[in-house]
Design a protein around this ligand. Structure first.
Ligand SMILES: C[S@@+](CC[C@H](N)C(=O)[O-])C[C@H]1O[C@@H](n2cnc3c(N)ncnc32)[C@H](O)[C@@H]1O
Length: 268
């Protein structure tokens, strides 16, 4: 079988291998938190030193809870708007379209060109799942989405915006609000303390990537522009997912239990 590589990727792009590896590992659990049979097939087709990725069972559970919750928020949106357009920002090699496809949604998977080049080899593009190989900060992709998509719009950004400065994230969110009024955005966010802890963790896993955007309170985003509303927040450690094991004790420490979450906004 021909194996493919991620060519000339930067440290942030290479981080996509961690959740991909985790999704594949999860399928070996008796009751996977997220069912994603394609992940293991993709891992098989990529030439990568997988043994270098260190994911302990609690990290695995936390990553799967994040994945499950972003999927849940997207499914709820699609239940209300089945023919919506979804843009999956920093999609990596996640088969989210395949997990959530309702037969009507129009989907765009967006990532840097080298990632999209690899994605095309292992997960082919289709009529309703178009690929956009460019930076999310290059506004040209919005033209393609505007021309081909029909509202309402949902933008999903899992484990991507945190790698950038707040000024970049703010510019993007305000750009989306102007271009796609009424759109909704789901992203994960971490407080400055959790950013520091996550960076130690990234260093431990051997990644050179570092997280930068610290969000003290998810409502702070509302102050970026009138019309931005926080609809929902999900916090990992406040939820009793048994597989989080000892990590669940963090729910007694507010600075940590609310340190990392998934936030859902509407941009009107
Ligand atoms: C930690 S990975 C997450 C991948 C995917 N969301 C998942 O959970 O499997 C971060 C992703 O963000 C992408 N990324 C980094 N910078 C980007 C940019 N400027 N524009 C679009 N995507 C970017 C990387 O290439 C990588 O695929």
């Amino acid at each position: 079988m021909t194996k493919f590589r991620l060519e000339s990727a930067d440290a942030v792009s290479e981080t996509l291998m961690i959740p991909l590896h985790a999704r594949a590992l999860e399928q070996q659990q008796p009751e996977p938190l997220v069912r994603d049979p394609i992940a293991a097939e993709i891992v098989e087709r990529i030439d990568y030193p997988w043994h270098r990725i260190r994911v302990n069972r609690h990290d695995l559970a936390a990553m799967m809870v994040r994945l499950r919750e972003v999927d849940r928020m997207a499914r709820a949106f699609l239940a209300e708007h089945p023919a919506a357009t979804v843009v999956h920002i920093g999609c990596g090699l996640d088969a989210r379209f395949q997990r959530l496809d309702n037969g009507q949604v129009r989907w765009f998977d967006l990532d840097l060109p080298e990632v999209i080049a690899l994605r095309r080899h292992v997960l082919p593009e289709s009529e309703r799942d178009r690929y956009l190989g460019c930076s999310v900060f290059d506004p040209q992709w919005m033209d393609a989405v505007d021309a081909a998509g029909a509202g309402p719009f949902l933008f999903l950004a899992e484990a991507v915006l945190t790698y950038f400065d707040e000024s970049q994230v703010k510019g993007l969110v305000i750009g989306l609000q102007r271009r796609f009024p009424g759109a909704e955005v789901v992203t994960d966010g971490a407080t400055p303390l959790t950013v520091r802890l996550d960076n130690w963790h990234l260093a431990f896993t051997g990644s050179a990537a570092r997280i930068r955007w610290g969000l003290t309170d998810p409502r702070d985003v509302e102050a970026w522009s009138p019309g931005i509303r926080l609809l929902e927040s999900f916090y990992y450690f406040e939820q009793p997912e048994p597989r989080l094991g000892l990590l669940r004790w963090w729910r007694h420490v507010p600075a940590i239990s609310r340190g990392s979450g998934i936030h859902h906004y509407r941009l009107t």
